[in-house]
Design a protein around this ligand. Structure first.
Ligand SMILES: NC(=O)C1=CN([C@@H]2O[C@H](COP(=O)(O)OP(=O)(O)OC[C@H]3O[C@@H](n4cnc5c(N)ncnc54)[C@H](O)[C@@H]3O)[C@@H](O)[C@H]2O)C=CC1
Ligand SMILES: O=C([O-])CC(=O)C(=O)O
Length: 273
């Protein structure tokens, strides 16, 4: 693996850079795409972060991104970024690993990504992200799924700035409170920074409209807990992950960047697991 493109320079992107730079060998170069007004500060911070382990380029559009000829691009930014750049990246025949999987809850974005991926040889790679057990869920789907239910539980501060604030008084909560129940499509659309895992489960399993989701604000936890249960013709199972929150973003599980890194590293591995 030589040159890795990264969209965004927030929690997941910065953790991903640490993980990639710790590999032996590290990438030859990183090309980081950020908003135009952030290029200067991003270059300084990224150079300090990589500490000479690899070259760093910072760009603000896909022209600059493609000129660096990345082997793979990791989207670590937002649903908007997936919709805005995903199809063009695929049409440029570059694989993209997407963190903001909930972007596919929008039918237009999903259709544009599908058309671009199927029209060429590049792959849209959807990593497990903060969830796990996606392998068996996707396998069980082939046997026939009858139910998939996900519960996401985070401390109240992780839900600040989301519609949860209108549903409950987050700072005043004294016990675990379910503030959302609905489909994966509704969850991913209404909580774009918190419910990408609901979309991931939906794509691997029963689909956006049949996958059931509950979101919980729990003042008694300081972790992000992801639980889901599956009923299928071949196997019933349940998965619980208790993740530390990213130190840079309480909404994001620290595990997510490792999952994105695994997907990126697997693009060039001889044996893939
Ligand atoms: N699949 C999964 O399991 C998970 C997915 N996510 C998603 O991953 C994404 C990144 O998460 P974090 O790094 O924690 O967020 P963050 O807020 O720490 O960083 C995101 C960065 O991307 C930048 N950005 C946003 N839109 C952009 C655009 N159009 N062009 C350039 N830069 C842009 C922002 O300015 C910010 O610096 C979010 O969409 C988040 O919801 C987060 C956690 C788990
Ligand atoms: O990282 C997490 O805890 C999950 C998350 O935010 C998401 O699914 O968007």
């Amino acid at each position: 693996m030589t040159t890795i493109g990264i969209i965004g320079f927030g929690s997941i992107a910065r953790d991903l850079i640490d993980i990639l730079c710790a590999q032996d060998p590290p990438p030859e170069a990183l090309v980081i795409m950020v908003r135009p007004e952030k290029t200067g500060e991003t270059l300084a911070a990224a150079q300090e972060q990589v500490a000479g382990r690899c070259a760093v380029h910072v760009v603000s559009d896909t022209t600059g991104l493609f000129a660096a000829r990345p082997d793979v691009i990791a989207e670590c930014a937002s649903h908007t970024a997936v919709a805005q750049f995903g199809p063009a990246i695929l049409r440029a025949q570059i694989d993209i690993v997407v963190a903001s999987i909930g972007a596919l809850a929008d039918p237009q974005t999903e259709a544009a990504l599908k058309a671009a991926a199927e029209g060429g040889s590049a792959q849209l790679v959807l990593p497990a992200g903060a969830i796990g057990g996606i392998d068996m869920l996707a396998a069980a789907r082939l046997s026939g799924l009858t139910g998939v239910t996900y519960t996401g539980r985070k401390p109240p501060r992780a839900w600040s700035g989301t519609p949860a604030e209108q549903a409950v008084d987050l700072p005043a909560l004294t016990e675990a409170t379910v503030f959302f129940e609905g489909s994966a499509r509704e969850a991913a659309t209404q909580y774009p920074k918190n419910a990408n895992v609901a979309a991931t489960l939906a794509i691997a399993g029963l689909g956006m409209d049949e996958t059931r989701v509950r979101l919980v604000a729990d003042p008694g936890v300081d972790t992000n807990t992801h639980e889901f249960s599956v009923q299928s013709q071949a196997v019933d199972f349940a998965v619980t992950l208790t993740a530390k929150a990213s130190p840079r973003n309480p909404k994001t599980s620290a595990s997510t960047a490792y999952s994105v890194a695994r997907a990126v590293l697997n693009r060039s591995a001889g044996i893939v697991i």
